[in-house]
Design a protein. Structure first.
Length: 326
């Protein structure tokens, strides 16, 4: 008789389980860890973790108890909220929710670009203020140049939609290379020059030590004063003080941000008071039904894990982002 594997669901309770997680019950014995406080009881013996929410600090403190753990699947696309040195150095496999969020996030990015170019964001503010301004002019989306910094799945999904609108696309990645979607991806050494050509700059970078403050004062100084900046990657990739200075000083025209260095964005952040900024509370991928979609993906991977088959959405733990499938 085969021994059933123990699965730990982090970030949910048996009273309020993730929608659809019951489909995992035939494949493994489910345990629940609502808030990370009882990992000393729930982690020992677990062979797999479904990180519906990631409690990185709690898991790191209890890591010595994870003697049988072989696999962690996170319900997030980004893994910076999960990884810690001992996990990175271990032989525990990590997978993510790639395939769930990139298209919704790309839709948000395109909506933000269109709202900025057409002046819709200004019209919304004017509506609230009861102000009629028919002297304003708008920019065209078609023909504008979009620079995508981080040409991963989100960047690629955005590029396809932007090209359909008639935009010109450039991309900067970890290295220069030819690409089926972008044509040619530029390397980091070309970032400053590419920023100077762009009308819209989209940051889709993951949060890693190597991407910290890629967008600093020098990066914003390289942009056109008419250019707009969008961040759907990670807040750590942007020096927010430098961004605020660029926005106040007119070095760039505006920004739409879904991620921040500190979340929730503090009430005293100067970003709240800038008329050329749109603040979105890290929800650009949270479409109606995303919870069940992430669970469905996890259950499929759990079946693969139990059967000894290759897993979907492997994460390169050393690099700090998804690497695809086996």
């Amino acid at each position: 008789m085969s021994v059933r594997r123990a699965l730990l669901v982090m970030g949910a309770s048996s009273d309020e389980p993730p929608a659809g997680i019951e489909a995992a019950a035939p494949l493994a014995d489910l345990r629940f860890e609502p808030d990370g406080s009882s990992l000393a009881e729930t982690l020992p013996g677990a062979e797999a973790i479904f990180a519906y929410e990631s409690f990185r600090d709690d898991l790191e403190r209890a890591w010595d108890l994870a003697e049988r753990l072989r696999w962690i699947h996170t319900a997030s696309d980004g893994v910076d909220g999960l990884l810690f040195p001992a996990l990175v150095q271990s032989d525990v496999t990590v997978t993510n929710a790639r395939g769930v969020f990139e298209e919704p996030i790309a839709e948000w990015a395109i909506a933000a670009i269109c709202a900025s170019a057409t002046g819709l964001a200004v019209s919304i503010r004017d509506t609230v203020a009861g102000r009629w301004d028919d002297e304003r002019r708008r920019d065209r989306v078609a023909g504008a140049r979009l620079l995508i910094v981080g040409p991963g799945p989100i960047g690629r999904a955005t590029a396809l939609r932007a090209r359909a609108l008639g935009m010109e696309i450039e991309a900067v990645g970890r290295s220069a290379r030819d690409d089926g979607v972008f044509g040619r991806i530029l390397g980091p050494e070309d970032l400053r020059a590419a920023l100077g050509r762009a009308d819209h700059v989209l940051d889709t970078l993951p949060g890693t030590p190597g991407t910290r403050h890629v967008f600093d004062a020098a990066a914003f100084a390289a942009m056109r004063p008419t250019a707009r900046f969008y961040n759907v990657g990670r807040g750590s990739t942007v020096d927010e003080a430098a961004l605020v200075q660029a926005l106040r000083g007119g070095s760039i025209a505006g920004a739409a941000l879904d991620v921040f260095e500190e979340e929730p964005l503090p009430g005293d952040s100067p970003l709240w008071g800038l008329s050329n900024v749109v603040v979105s509370p890290h929800i650009c991928g949270d479409f109606d039904g995303w919870e069940s979609a992430t669970v469905e993906l996890f259950v499929d991977n759990l079946g693969r894990f139990v059967r000894g088959e290759p897993l979907r959405n492997l994460v390169d733990k050393a690099a700090g982002f998804g690497a695809g499938s086996v």
